[in-house]
Design a protein around this ligand. Structure first.
Ligand SMILES: Cc1cc2nc3c(=O)[nH]c(=O)nc-3n(C[C@H](O)[C@H](O)[C@H](O)COP(=O)(O)OP(=O)(O)OC[C@H]3O[C@@H](n4cnc5c(N)ncnc54)[C@H](O)[C@@H]3O)c2cc1C
Length: 470
């Protein structure tokens, strides 16, 4: 069948769904995009309040223009623009602060970072070698072993320096939102080394929501149809092949691409999936969640575009009172997000993904505020408004029960060959987004998946059997 004879329904307009819909439209498929929210973007959306444009998440994009999100935009002819996040990015352990440039894997930058975080005398060279290896892209032949190794075990081969370990554990939390006991070394290296090579850490102009918005606009300009406020309740299967979806009425389709996540998609299919597959899919773990405090400020209080701060290991009192915080200041790379002279600070911290843990969510939010007030005295005097969001907020926006940050965890037991195949075991049914089909940091994994899965669907439609390399 030629693409224009295949009717495709894409469920969900997160970055993965919106990107895939636009790429498929570009390839000539007839595509309908159904979104339960009244807006596109899923976890990557932005809202406006009193002249401040803020994100639902706490976002920075690892490779901006040079990564998969930039690539999709070029292919579909979107109007997405990027601002580099540079000039003063920091990582800090208590009052030990290291600034790093965009090309953070150059020898001088590594030495200055190692010095800044205060590794023990005598450990500098081992830490240098480890950092250099982590920041170097590996051939596919090495990745299979690395994928199945926890990042901590990888670092242990080089050094036991406590500050170096703490810094990498926190960086693992920032990039793949897992501890380094769980996070896959292969997945971490892929993210870290690609960023080091591209030196293109960026923020989408106009807010994180600009990404899905640009893809959807391009999609519509190619004749694609988007329906908001249209949740899909079920996927219709006949004789082992999809024939459409149930969304307050039947929408026929030859191909269904779900951006709703593996486990919700399994539920939407129901009894037609093999029991063994359902059990396996249900057993997979999600990444951690995050809570965030969004500060709209009437003055520029924080002078750094992006900081990852952790309490000092040697200060138990600080560890009790404060929490590790990741806080980009999107209005530094993109001043148009805020009224003249103002500032937007998004401060996030990681915790188990589960909206039912209300008390824990509240405690971590309190600690974020205590940490920000300690690090930036006076911040509270300049608040125009402040928004505290828990894992329930992310769950509501993404339609996923747990409100996890990324999607399925990049745990060493479920990446590479152990990641779900985007082809589900029902003819014509595919997954797209952070759960399957890509590598990278959150938004970029969803984008990488959109690139790979759209090619896979095209190959399948033309009867070309090309395996997927992720
Ligand atoms: C606090 C926070 C901080 C983050 N920080 C970063 C960061 O710094 N860098 C980074 O790269 N990533 C970051 N991420 C992660 C990133 O936002 C996500 O991994 C990525 O956006 C996931 O995209 P996705 O396409 O997989 O799906 P999602 O964003 O989950 O979108 C799924 C879409 O499907 C829709 N949907 C679901 N079910 C249905 C249904 N039944 N019918 C119709 N529509 C449906 C949803 O409404 C949603 O629009 C962060 C996320 C959070 C929450």
């Amino acid at each position: 069948m030629a693409p224009d004879e295949d009717k495709v329904v894409v469920i969900g307009s997160g970055i993965g769904g919106a990107g895939c819909a636009a790429l498929l439209a570009r390839k000539g498929f007839e595509v309908t995009l159904l979104e339960r929210n009244e807006f596109p973007g899923g976890k990557g959306v932005s809202f406006e309040k009193d002249g401040f444009i803020y994100d639902t998440g706490v976002h920075a994009v690892g490779n901006g223009e040079k990564g998969p999100l930039g690539e999709i935009n070029r292919i579909v002819g979107g109007d997405l623009e990027w601002a580099l996040i540079e000039g003063g990015n920091r990582i800090a352990l208590g009052d030990k602060v290291a600034h790093y440039p965009l090309d953070f894997a150059c020898d001088d930058a590594i030495r200055s970072l190692i010095d800044g975080i205060g590794v023990r005398p005598g450990n500098e060279e081992d830490c240098f070698i480890c950092f250099k290896k982590l920041a170097t892209i590996k051939p596919a032949s090495e990745m299979e072993v690395l994928d199945r190794m926890p990042l901590k075990d990888y670092v242990d081969q080089f050094t036991d320096d406590p500050n170096f370990h703490l810094m990498l554990n926190a960086t693992c939390g920032m990039l793949i939102v897992l501890t380094y006991y769980q996070g896959s070394a292969g997945e971490f290296i892929h993210c870290f080394a690609t960023m080091a090579q591209n030196a293109s850490l960026s923020y989408p102009r106009g807010g994180m929501g600009s990404v899905a918005k640009a893809y959807v606009e391009a999609f519509e300009s190619m004749g694609g149809t988007v329906e908001y406020g249209r949740p899909v309740e079920g996927i219709i299967v006949e004789d082992g092949h999809v024939t459409g979806v149930e969304a307050n009425g039947r929408v026929p389709a030859d191909i269904v691409v779900s951006n709703a996540g593996l486990q919700p998609t399994v539920k939407m299919v129901g009894k037609d999936l093999p029991r063994k597959y359902v059990d396996w899919a249900t057993s997979l773990k999600s990444s951690y969640g995050a809570v965030s405090v969004k500060y709209a400020l009437d003055e520029k209080v924080v002078p750094y575009p992006l900081t990852l701060w952790m309490p000092d290991l040697e200060d138990p009192e600080a560890a009790e009172k404060y929490v590790g915080v990741f806080y980009p200041v999107p209005s530094i790379p993109d001043p148009e997000l805020v009224p003249e002279g103002c500032q937007l600070v998004l401060a996030g911290a990681v915790l188990p993904a589960d909206p039912k843990l209300k008390e824990l969510n509240r405690q971590v939010l309190d600690r974020i505020e205590a940490t920000m007030s300690m690090l930036h005295p006076g911040i509270d005097d300049h608040v125009v408004w402040k928004l505290r969001t828990g894992t329930d907020y992310v769950a509501n926006i993404s339609g996923r029960e747990l409100g996890e940050v990324i999607g399925l965890a990049q745990d060493f037991r479920q990446v590479g060959h152990d990641r779900p195949d985007p082809r589900m075991p029902i003819g014509g049914l595919y997954l797209v987004g952070a759960d399957a089909g890509g590598r990278g940091i959150g938004t970029e994994m969803a984008g990488d998946s959109a690139l790979n899965v759209s090619t896979m669907i095209e190959d399948d439609a033309f009867g070309r059997d090309k395996g997927l390399e992720v």
